[in-house]
Design a protein around this ligand. Structure first.
Ligand SMILES: Nc1nc2c(ncn2[C@@H]2O[C@H](COP(=O)(O)OP(=O)(O)OP(=O)(O)O)[C@@H](O)[C@H]2O)c(=O)[nH]1
Ligand SMILES: [Mg+2]
Length: 325
């Protein structure tokens, strides 16, 4: 599997005309210093031009092959999202055609240089150069659709949130306004990172905390795990289901305070839905203890009461030790 997050390291993709332009425009400018014999000057120039075209174009193609993630090696969580975004088979095919083009360019460049070295007369060398340009252009034209397709894939992949699927993870869920963001901020030190979540309109927030000896990731999911799944479209639903692949524990907040706008019944309904949907261990947490009449849940917190937060942390450590070891 790929180590580290790879989706933000994908280079921009040039269109086929841009690759041609970038490679050829520099090659035409090459001039070799005076040689006694014209044919040696031409030979030197032709060889340099061919070598430069090869170097520039295969450099770009190699970068694509190297930096575009190998789909078989991405984590199932990412795979689930990528699979929703574009045709994975076409992606693999396009990458292998880029690889093929790269090898082909090396081949024709090697052949051309070999024949130019052997050639006796300048016109023959220029003819080889022209033939090389022609074949090079048609190779690059031939991968034009692949380049366009991969450029689109890149735009999609850049929207993949930087969730580390192998770090012990806690996913905060609960209805709107129950205290999810407040809990995230007391559990984590730094400002959470904001990331897009594909096919949803809301962003997710990713924070990290040190619990005991473990670094954990805590994710706040407003607009994603905060209401019934009934009114989600298919893509949104699948994107939410991708979260199944993250080996995490859900922290489900229930707000039983005086000011909540949701009934206990509504909150239970969402709880049951998320529990069965994501099929993960789930810790029920009653929020806003300081403004709640009674403690209904076993775990009760208030963001203003450090002791309640420490108790929750102890419980989270137990979960990690039981689960992620
Ligand atoms: N008194 C009290 N207020 C709290 C507590 N936790 C959160 N609040 C308040 O409740 C309101 C909602 O808190 P948020 O953390 O924004 O809730 P949320 O679940 O992230 O809300 P959405 O992102 O809209 O779904 C804010 O005014 C918070 O200050 C708490 O423990 N005690
Ligand atoms: Mg929030």
């Amino acid at each position: 599997m790929h180590s580290g997050f790879v989706f933000n390291k994908i280079p921009t993709i040039l269109k086929s005309e841009e690759i041609l332009d970038k490679s050829l425009s520099r090659a035409v400018k090459i001039e070799v210093p005076y040689q006694k014999e014209l044919k040696d000057k031409v030979r030197g120039e032709v060889i340099s031009k061919v070598a430069l075209v090869e170097k520039i174009s295969t450099g770009h193609l190699s970068r694509i092959i190297k930096k575009f993630p190998t789909i078989e090696r991405v984590h199932p969580f990412y795979y689930a999202l990528v699979d929703l975004m574009f045709d994975v088979d076409q992606y693999k095919m396009s990458l292998s055609r880029i690889q093929w083009a790269k090898e082909k360019i090396v081949d024709i460049s090697t052949m051309t240089i070999r024949s130019v070295k052997r050639a006796q007369y300048a016109p023959a060398m220029n003819k080889s150069l022209k033939a090389f340009y022609g074949r090079f252009s048609s190779i690059i034209d031939g991968i034009s659709k692949d380049l366009d397709f991969l450029a689109k894939c890149r735009d999609y992949m850049r929207k993949i949130p930087e969730i580390d699927p192998v770090l012990p993870t806690f996913i905060i869920a609960g209805m709107p306004n129950v205290g999810k963001s407040s809990l995230l901020s007391v559990l984590t030190n730094a400002q959470p990172k904001i990331a897009e979540y594909p096919f949803t309109t809301q962003s997710i927030y990713i924070g990290h905390a040190k619990l005991g000896n473990n670094v954990v990731q805590i994710i706040d999911t407003p607009g994603i795990l905060d209401r019934s799944m009934n009114d989600r479209n298919e893509m949104e639903m699948k994107a939410i289901l991708a979260l199944k692949h993250i080996d995490g524990v859900i922290l489900f907040l229930l707000d039983r305070s005086e000011i909540t706008s949701y009934s206990a019944q509504d909150q239970e309904k969402l709880y049951n839905e998320i529990k069965s949907l994501l099929d993960k261990p789930i810790i029920r947490i009653q929020s806003k203890a300081d403004i709640s009449k009674s403690a209904i849940e076993t775990v009760v917190v208030s963001v203003n009461d450090q002791k309640s937060i420490d108790n929750l942390k102890t419980l989270m450590i137990k979960q990690i030790e039981g689960r992620f070891r």
